[in-house]
Write a protein of this length. Structure first.
Length: 158
């Protein structure tokens, strides 16, 4: 999972990951609630300090964007088919990465942030505002689609 994230991220040693968790998400909007619940439960077990709310917000936005823009409307999750979206959380001592994998090859495009009163279209603006950095990378090999990631710097306790 880390290999596609290397582009645009500071060097992260995969062997130094202190915690990692992931979950598959079905192609329905209720999955955003499931992703938030999974993230909150996971982060409660990890010491992420004052970044808890920022991380939860960004996960919601990344999953919403994946479901809204990257999963074809006709794609329905069935028992035989793998869920199309997967959330990964990876924590190092001073960094945390949230990564959402989806089946699309389309680049995520931030919309103009001038119309902040619009009811939609602010997802990547919020990701950019709350995460320390973010980006995306196409997947290759057995994995199809792309991964969109957000990096958070964690402040050491004390």
């Amino acid at each position: 999972m880390l290999k596609p994230l290397r582009q645009g991220l500071p060097p992260l040693d995969p062997a130094a990951v202190s915690d990692a968790a992931s979950c598959a998400l079905p192609a329905r909007y209720e999955a955003v609630r499931e992703a938030r619940r999974f993230t909150r439960k996971t982060l409660e077990q990890w010491d992420v300090g004052d970044r808890f709310d920022d991380i939860c917000l960004v996960v919601s936005e990344l999953v919403t964007n994946a479901l809204r823009h990257a999963v074809p409307a006709e794609q329905v999750c069935t028992e035989e088919r793998r869920p199309p979206v997967r959330l990964h959380l990876m924590r190092w001592s001073e960094r945390l990465v949230c990564a959402v994998r989806d089946p699309s090859h389309e680049s995520p495009v931030p919309r103009d942030s001038e119309d902040f009163s619009a009811e939609s279209g602010r997802g990547l603006f919020l990701v950019d505002s709350f995460a320390d950095s973010w980006g995306w990378h196409p997947l290759a090999g057995a994995l199809d689609g792309k991964v969109v990631w957000a990096l958070f710097r964690l402040h050491p306790a004390g």
